[in-house]
Design a binder for this molecule. Structure first.
Ligand SMILES: CN(C)c1ccccc1CNc1ccc(C(N)=O)cn1
Length: 246
């Protein structure tokens, strides 16, 4: 998968290619990441990328031309046609299904805005989709773009070895994750659930599924609203709830 990011801070975005799952994906050639800086596409002495907003008001707006030229070069850098995504608080809320859809694409161009945002004519002329990572405001779209890069990279074939658990990732199943434990077996008087020590795989899977269902019901009942539980899951959830009552 190729991802191009249009950003005034390429050094920030390139941090993802330096470590962890995303770093390994880039190293293995599974993810091809490139940054394009609108400031390199300015023609004035001051390399101006922003200007004052029409209608007045605080702050500055990113100018169309430098962004447009950067996006043009990003598009031309590969023959594969990209989906152009603008990260903004006005975008659709990203969730795992949306990430899976983006990760299945051969190419993305992510636009990271700064200042008060970008000139609307750029959005009209170049942007295919607008996405938000959550209902809060960041100083720039770079961290949102890095979230998309990370969430997509994990889903690319070969990015995770078996030692990682993308496939069991909570939101992959639509449920929250179960609790996890590792050594020491007792810590400050707190032990590990016996079932996890017994090595009985079917029982362990049952316990984990029950915990995932129970925790989802307790913490995020909204995730269960549109989900019909099969008989086995319903029984596990009932058992979880009964154990709570004990
Ligand atoms: C500078 N701002 C406010 C701005 C305004 C408009 C567009 C982009 C930005 C860049 N900031 C962002 C970007 C994304 C998200 C998100 N929730 O995905 C939050 N903030």
């Amino acid at each position: 998968m190729r991802i191009d990011v249009v950003t005034l801070f390429p050094d920030l975005v390139n941090c993802v290619s330096g470590c962890g799952v995303t770093g390994r994906a880039v190293e293995r050639g599974i993810l091809d990441l490139h940054c394009w800086n609108p400031r390199d596409y300015t023609e004035d002495r001051h390399r101006t990328v922003d200007d004052r907003p029409y209608g007045g008001g605080p702050g500055m707006v990113m100018k169309v031309e430098p962004l447009r030229r950067a996006i043009h070069d990003a598009r031309q850098a590969d023959t594969v046609p990209p989906l152009v995504v603008y990260m903004s608080p006005q975008g659709r809320r990203l969730d795992q299904d949306a990430v899976q859809r983006l990760a299945d694409l051969p190419r993305l161009i992510l636009i990271a805005g700064r200042y008060e945002g970008i000139d609307e004519r750029l959005v009209e002329l170049e942007v295919d989709e607008e996405w938000s990572i959550g209902d809060y405001v960041l100083s720039g779209g770079e961290l949102a773009a890095m979230v998309v890069i990370d969430a997509c990279a994990r889903l690319l074939p070969g990015a995770l070895g078996d030692e990682d658990s993308a496939q069991q990732d909570s939101f992959m199943t639509g449920l929250l994750d179960c609790p996890h434990y590792t050594r020491p077996e007792v810590y400050e008087g707190r032990g590990v659930p016996q079932v996890l020590l017994g090595g009985h795989h079917a029982e362990i899977e049952r316990w984990r599924r029950k915990q995932a269902l129970g925790r989802t019901w307790q913490r995020r009942p909204d995730l269960l609203e549109h989900r019909v539980l099969d008989e086995a899951d319903q029984r596990l959830l009932d058992e979880y709830r009964r154990e709570l009552a004990d």
